[in-house]
Design a protein around this ligand. Structure first.
Ligand code: PA5
Length: 346
């Protein structure tokens, strides 16, 4: 057993992570029929943090397909282009996030077509009062542990209204891939051969820098970063190839006193562009005397959705094991709660 594995909240977080495939299965059984008129020319997902990232999964799933543009808006106001031909999916797990409530009001003012995904809260009440389609998802989890509930309705809605195909099929494949991964990575008392525990051990006392091998995988790197921040309460940063070769990478020329703390995790897989593959190899070569720790995680599955989830799911386990190694309770996000309370009172 690893030291700190008995730390408060570790088992709880691992159990939440364990439940992700069942969240997808639950959603597959629901009927997310919503009365949306035809003529949608863009989809905007409005949300913050753990509730917004489902929108990024959708964006990354659809970005190379023939589909309408999908944009994730994390702010009080929606972009200026939003109008009657926009579908705004306002997503807030608690239903009480002020930025999302404000974006919802903005969507109404702009005459957009709207659907709300929430467990209730103010956003749920506002949607109900205004007769706006409301998808109520199961409550009782930290938002970041509800990714299946927060993402799947978005995928199923866009499929239902004809903006994307095969979402249902991909959710089924994703469920199967996730179940396979949890067989290997979930353990009440992980042994030293557990690959997620091994990765977490590599990250101990380092600052993880997560690089996605292509912007198609961006959300996976973003999720790794967020889960390390929120579960292990540790700093982490992310970026994507090829963009990082045009800025971030050059910052690593700095003195070793700074770079020696970094551990670079490269997320790979899917239909990786061979030029991106070359960039990854050359970047590693160039940085070999600066970065001593390069780790790689490969995606699994056939569809983009399964590949993204496979990478994110591995990161979820790594973040929980890292919390255990640090002896940290992964569940509460005290700083986020404190900030929200102060904002509410001011
Ligand atoms: O993980 C978290 O707790 C946060 O990132 C929340 O998701 C974020 O603050 C938004 O809250 P909600 O998901 O309730 O809208």
């Amino acid at each position: 057993m690893i030291n700190g594995f008995s730390a408060k909240g570790v088992k709880q977080m691992l159990d939440y992570i364990h439940g992700l495939p069942e969240q997808l299965e639950y959603c597959l059984e629901q009927d997310y029929r919503i009365p949306i008129a035809s003529g949608i020319s863009n989809v905007v997902v409005a949300g913050m943090g753990g509730s917004a990232i489902g929108g990024d999964v959708l964006r990354c799933c659809l970005n190379t397909r023939k589909s309408v543009p999908v944009l994730v808006s994390r702010d009080y106001r929606l972009p200026g282009f939003v109008g009657r031909d926009s579908l705004v999916l306002a997503v807030s797990y608690s239903g009480n996030t002020e930025e999302t409530i404000s974006a919802f009001e903005d969507a109404r003012a702009k005459g957009a077509q709207i659907a709300v995904v929430t467990t209730g809260g103010q956003l749920g009440s506002l949607a109900e009062k205004a007769g706006i389609p409301l998808i109520t998802i199961p409550a009782g989890l930290p938002p970041r542990s509800a990714l299946g509930y927060l993402f799947s309705p978005l995928a199923l809605i866009v499929e239902k209204i004809g903006l994307a195909d095969s979402m249902r099929y991909e959710l089924r494949e994703t469920t199967a891939v996730l179940k396979e991964i949890r067989e290997e990575l979930y353990a009440d008392e992980p042994d030293e051969a557990n690959p997620a525990l091994k990765l977490a051990r590599e990250l101990k006392d380092c600052i993880p820098v997560i690089w996605a091998a292509g912007s198609d995988l961006e959300v996976a790197a973003m999720r790794w970063k967020g889960q390390i921040n929120e579960n292990a309460k540790a700093p982490a940063y992310y970026n994507c190839f090829p963009e990082l070769n045009h800025n971030e990478f050059t910052g690593l020329e700095c003195p070793e006193t700074l770079t020696k703390k970094l551990a670079v995790i490269i997320l790979r897989g899917g239909e990786e562009n061979p030029r991106i593959g070359r960039r990854v190899d050359i970047t590693r070569e160039i940085l070999s005397d600066k970065i001593t720790k390069f780790l790689t995680v490969e995606a699994r599955g056939r569809s983009r959705m399964a590949q993204l989830f496979s990478l994110m799911y591995t990161g979820d386990f790594v973040s929980a094991y890292l919390a255990a190694i640090y002896g940290i309770d992964p569940v509460p996000v005290t700083l986020i709660e404190a900030l929200k309370k102060k904002l509410k009172d001011s």
